[in-house]
Write a protein that binds this ligand. Structure first.
Ligand code: C2O
Ligand code: CU
Ligand code: CU
Length: 471
C-alpha cells in the first residue's frame, strides 16, 4: 500500500439476518463524535491495483435511536464503504446486485471509459454481477461519490441508502498530511413514525410536491449520524471533504461565528484558498474546506441557512429555518498552530479560443432543450479531442443543478459575470432564470454520456440528455 494517509477506520458490526440482508448494530462513538464510513479494503496484492467487492442489498439499520429502518445499502452500511484510491491506480470493483431490481454503480465525477460509467445504459439485473474496471487519471485527486443510476429509479435507490464516498489522493498533495481530515457525507431524509423511509406514491399530494421540488427531509444525517460532534483543538486546522448526497436539498453551509477556507470543489483543490463566510453546496456537488478551532472549550455549529431554490407555490413552509448539521467542539487541549499553504496546485486553463462548438442547453421543469430523456436518442454529438463551450440556461423559477458525466469542466461565467477563480467541476447549480457558461474538453473516452439535473426526482422524470463523443 502507498504511504498516503488513509482515513481513520470506523468499525461497523454486521450480523446477517437472512435473505442476504444485514443488521446494523454499531454503537455510536462516545459523545456522538462523528465517525467515518469504513474504508473499502483492497484485496489485490498487485501493486498499483485496487480491487474490492461492493454488494448492494436490502437490510435494516438503526438510523434514529431505537428505531429500525428498512434500507438498501452497500456492504451493509449507509453511506457504503469509502473507496479511497491514488492517482494512477487501476480500480477493479466486483459489483454484486442483491437488490430485488436492476441497479448500477455510477462513479460520479470520475473520468473513465463510457462503458464503465455505470450509466442507465448498463443495468445489472437483480441477483446479477459485473466488474467495473478503470484507471484513476493523474491530476484528478479530489472527492467524488458513487451511487446507483438506473433509469427512473435513481431517486428511490439513493433515498433508500445507496451512496458512498470516493477519495482520490495525489502523491503530491499540497495540504500537509499532518492535518486531520474529516469526511462529511450529507444527506437529508424523511421517515414515517414506524421508522420507514417516507417515499410517498408519486400521485399522492406529498408525492406530487416531491416530484416538483425534489424530495427533501427533516432529518439531517452526516455519515448516517444525526447531529454528530467534531472535536478540534484550539488553533488546529482540519480538512473537511463534504459531499451533498441528498436527493434535492441545497445546503448553504456556514459555521456560526467564524469564517473558513474554501480550498476545493468537485474535481479537487483550487489554485489557492478562498476565505468565505458561507458556501452553497447544491445536489451532488463536493467541497473541501479548512476549518480552524477557536477558543479552548468553546463550541459552535455547522449550519445550513435557508436557501430559496423553490417556486413560491410549492416552497416548503419551513424553508426559512436555519438547521444545525453538527457541533464543532473545541477541546481544552493546549493551543496548536497550524500553517496553511497559500498556494495549492496549478489548474491549467482550458483554452476557450479553441472551442469549435458553442451549445445552449436549456433547463425547464422536467425537460432539457424541451425534451424528455430518450435512451434511443443522442441529443448532442461532439468530436473526440475537441473543446466546446456550453451555455446552460435555466428558463424557469426553480434552481436546477446541472451535471455532466465523464468530463470535468471549467466555469467561465455565471449570469454573464466572469468566474473569479478556476476549478474543476462536474456539477453546477443553475439558479432560477440564470445562466452558467462553461468550457469542456473531450480529450478521450468516446461514447455516450449522460447530462442531467441532479435533483433526483427531476432526473427520474427524464430531465436528462445524451452526449455522444465520437472519434
Ligand atoms: Cu451523480 Cu448521473 O449522476
Ligand atoms: Cu454522474
Ligand atoms: Cu431539476
Amino acid at each position: 500500500m502507498s504511504a498516503a494517509v488513509r482515513l481513520v477506520r470506523h468499525v461497523t458490526v454486521l450480523s446477517v439476518v437472512g435473505w442476504g440482508g444485514f443488521e446494523f448494530s454499531a454503537v455510536a462513538a462516545a459523545r456522538g463524535e462523528l465517525t467515518h464510513p469504513a474504508l473499502l479494503t483492497n484485496s489485490s496484492n498487485v501493486s498499483g491495483t485496487f480491487e474490492a467487492t461492493l454488494t448492494a442489498a436490502p437490510g435494516t439499520l438503526e438510523i434514529r435511536p431505537g428505531v429500525r429502518t428498512h434500507v438498501l445499502a452497500y456492504n451493509g452500511s449507509s453511506p457504503g464503504p469509502t473507496l479511497e484510491v491514488i492517482e494512477g491506480e487501476r480500480v477493479i470493483i466486483h459489483f454484486q446486485n442483491n437488490l430485488a431490481e436492476p441497479s448500477t454503480i455510477h462513479w460520479h465525477g470520475i473520468h473513465l471509459p463510457a462503458n464503465q460509467d455505470g450509466s442507465p445504459f448498463d443495468p445489472v439485473p437483480a441477483g446479477g454481477r459485473r466488474d467495473y474496471v478503470f484507471t484513476i487519471q493523474r491530476g484528478t485527486a479530489g472527492t467524488y461519490w458513487y451511487h446507483p443510476h438506473l433509469h427512473h429509479r435513481t431517486g428511490h435507490q439513493i433515498s433508500m441508502g445507496l451512496v458512498g464516498a470516493i477519495i482520490v489522493r495525489a502523491p503530491d498533495d499540497p495540504i500537509p498530511k499532518s492535518i486531520t481530515e474529516k469526511l462529511l457525507v450529507l444527506v437529508d431524509n424523511r421517515f414515517l413514525p414506524d421508522g420507514t423511509i417516507d417515499l410517498p406514491d408519486k400521485m399522492s399530494m406529498p408525492g406530487r410536491i416531491d416530484e416538483e421540488n425534489g424530495r427533501e427531509g427533516d432529518v439531517f444525517l452526516v455519515n448516517g449520524q444525526i447531529k454528530p460532534t467534531i472535536s478540534i483543538k484550539p488553533g488546529e486546522v482540519q480538512r473537511w471533504r463534504i459531499i451533498n448526497a441528498s436527493a434535492a436539498r441545497v445546503f448553504r453551509l456556514a459555521i456560526a461565528g467564524q469564517t473558513f477556507l474554501h480550498v476545493g470543489s468537485d474535481g479537487g483543490l483550487f489554485e489557492r484558498p478562498l476565505e468565505v463566510h458561507e458556501l452553497v453546496l447544491a445536489n451532488s456537488e463536493r467541497v473541501e474546506i479548512l476549518v480552524r478551532g477557536g477558543a479552548p472549550g468553546s463550541r459552535t455549529t455547522l449550519q445550513t441557512f435557508p436557501y430559496d431554490r423553490y417556486i413560491p407555490q410549492t416552497r416548503p413552509k419551513d424553508w426559512n429555518q436555519t438547521r444545525d448539521i453538527l457541533t464543532l467542539q473545541v477541546t481544552r487541549d493546549r493551543a496548536v498552530s497550524t500553517t496553511v499553504p497559500t498556494t495549492l496546485r496549478a489548474i491549467p486553463p482550458l483554452d476557450t479560443m479553441r472551442a469549435i462548438a458553442r451549445r445552449t442547453v436549456s433547463l425547464s421543469q422536467g425537460l432539457i432543450n424541451n425534451r424528455h430523456m430518450d435512451m434511443a436518442r443522442v441529443d448532442i454529438t461532439s468530436k473526440l479531442g475537441t473543446t466546446e463551450i456550453w451555455q446552460v440556461e435555466n428558463l424557469v423559477g426553480m434552481d436546477h443543478p446541472f451535471h455532466l458525466h465523464g468530463f470535468q469542466f471549467q466555469i467561465i461565467a455565471r449570469n454573464g459575470r466572469p468566474e473569479l477563480y478556476r476549478s474543476w467541476k462536474d456539477a453546477v447549480n443553475v439558479p432560477k432564470h440564470e445562466t452558467v457558461r462553461f468550457v469542456v474538453r473531450f480529450d478521450d473516452f468516446p461514447g455516450k454520456w449522460m447530462f442531467h439535473c441532479h435533483i433526483l426526482n427531476h432526473e427520474d422524470q427524464g430531465m436528462m440528455g445524451i452526449l455522444e463523443v465520437k472519434r
